[in-house]
Design a binder for this molecule. Structure first.
Ligand code: SIN
Length: 499
């Protein structure tokens, strides 16, 4: 495959203007002499060159967003902001094929997964279009006579939004939609691996009628420049999804001006299969939450713990299903591929290191085990390892790739102890037919999200976020809006004075 792969795909877009390489600063598409290369993981060729913003660009974007925000909030209601969001949602849905194509090209995920992500991304906008009208305060019985105490929720102000490459659309909308619903403005630093999807979404937001200065997009590969978002005093909130290391650094920097911060960081999700589970259901759950996005999600099952007397049967059922996966370019194989490439060479190297480390310590390769040799793309074979133990790197470290390592355990207590033996706490899954066990284990897992008899836990209405070193704050759900608001109390005193 060559450059013609993406040239053909871009030429086939219904609206070629959605493929944008410029930054969006001060309400204008802004070309830059400085650019960075964006690669296409399916072929490892350059997909295009995008504006590389510097610190001054980000400062300008922040100042412009700060100017626009108070007018936006003053001149709109929850209902009118909801209507703008609804319009944005509809435009995205009408362009789902185009955005799915762009997303698949830059991220590598298969076209059907990419289009599915666009629908998932749009669902956050629809959700917050409705939440915008439900931004309730409370009245509080006052302890002082003649006094009424009430609260109102106000937008926090300018929000710095920093997102990852694994969900180029959904991680933008999960943050930007509640921010706009609350009455905030945003300055987005999209991932340098996948900036095009964000730029396309921004174009549609402006078409939907949002004041352009409310949404500023500063693509950059300059990490130092991007820290401006965490230090600039005009930025009042940082929302970041990405690695724990970068999250801690941003939190430290943001503390200089005491910004509100929410962090959705790394995971090391346990996936537990008890011997009373429906094993077919468990395999279905593992297929979804291990191999979605080729294993590159923060909520992917990283460690599969199976009760000893169910391990053989579960493993052979899993091998059968995983063998049927079709690896291929995101837009190739007549849309038959079910597993795209990984994002880059470093990602392939990491999966190989986890496999090699486990094998050197006694694990057995049941399926796959190496990178694909017959392609220039960043492909790694869907892999199953058995005989994995807690001494191996994969027990501690998030693989972020299509590797399913199977550990065995004996008792429920062992399973919970193994599951919690990590500094991370984003998601956890388990399968059991026993209702008492379902409640017991769900409470004992030290994670922010639990899937019981399912591998699917993500939805606009579900609170998304972790505990421990997986971060803090909730996205989506009825809690997502308040992450972009402050609660102000208003005390009305001496109500009977002068009567
Ligand atoms: C993530 O990997 O950070 C997001 C996954 C999801 O929304 O399901």
């Amino acid at each position: 495959m060559s450059e013609s792969y993406h040239q053909t795909a871009i030429a086939s877009l219904r609206d070629g203007n959605l493929f944008i390489k410029d930054a969006f600063i001060e309400g204008k598409w802004t070309a830059k002499d400085a650019t960075f290369d964006v690669y296409e993981p399916s072929t490892s060729t350059v997909l295009g060159r995008v504006a590389n913003c510097n610190r001054e660009d980000i400062q300008k974007a922040v100042e412009s967003a700060a100017k626009a925000q108070p007018t936006y909030f003053r001149n709109t209601t929850g209902k009118s902001r909801g209507a703008l969001l609804r319009k944005w949602h509809d435009l995205i849905m009408a362009s789902a094929e185009d955005i799915g194509t762009i997303l698949s090209l830059e991220n590598g995920k298969t076209f059907s997964e990419a289009k599915g992500e666009v629908v998932y991304a749009a669902s956050f906008i629809a959700w917050f279009a409705e939440e915008a009208t439900r931004s309730y305060g409370v009245t509080i019985p006052s302890s002082t006579p003649d006094t009424t105490l009430l609260t109102v929720r106000e937008p926090v102000g300018v929000c710095g939004i920093i997102t990852p490459w694994n969900f180029p659309a959904a991680m933008i909308t999960r943050k930007v939609a509640p921010a706009l619903a609350a009455g905030c403005s945003v300055v987005i630093k999209p991932p340098s691996e996948t900036p095009y999807t964000c730029l396309a979404l921004t174009k549609l937001a402006v078409e939907a009628g949002f004041t352009p200065e409310l949404i500023q997009v500063c693509p950059t590969k300059d990490r130092e420049a991007a820290t401006e978002l965490a230090t600039n005093p005009l930025v009042k909130k940082i929302s970041f999804t990405g690695s724990t290391g970068v999250g801690k650094m941003l939190a430290r920097l943001a503390s200089g001006t005491l910004k509100k911060v929410s962090l959705e960081l790394g995971g090391n999700a346990p996936f537990i299969v008890f011997d009373d589970a429906d094993l077919d259901l468990a395999v279905e759950g593992a297929m979804f939450c291990k191999f979605r996005c080729s294993g590159q999600t923060c909520v992917c099952a990283n460690r599969i713990h199976v009760q000893r007397n169910a391990a053989e049967e579960f493993t052979s059922k899993l091998i059968e299903k995983v063998s049927a996966l079709k690896m291929g370019p995101g837009l190739g194989l007549d849309d038959l591929s079910t597993q795209g490439p990984l994002v880059n060479k470093a990602a392939v190297k990491k999966v190989q290191e986890h496999v090699d480390d486990a094998v050197s310590k006694g694990a057995k390769v049941e399926l796959g085990g190496s990178a694909r040799q017959d392609s220039n793309g960043y492909f790694f074979q869907p892999t199953i390892l058995s005989g994995v133990t807690k001494e191996m790197a994969v027990a501690r470290d998030e693989t972020f790739g299509p590797l399913a390592p199977i550990f065995k355990f004996d008792t429920e207590d062992d399973a919970v102890t193994l599951a919690n033996d990590t500094e991370f706490g984003l998601a956890g899954y388990f399968f059991s037919r026993d209702v008492s066990r379902a409640m017991r284990v769900a409470h004992k897992l030290q994670v922010g999200m639990v899937g019981v008899n399912t591998g699917k836990i993500s939805a606009a209405e579900a609170p998304f976020g972790g505990v421990k070193e997986s971060g803090y704050g909730k996205e989506g759900s009825l809690y997502g809006l308040e992450e972009y608001q402050i609660t102000k109390s208003i005390t009305l005193g001496n109500l009977n004075a002068g009567l």
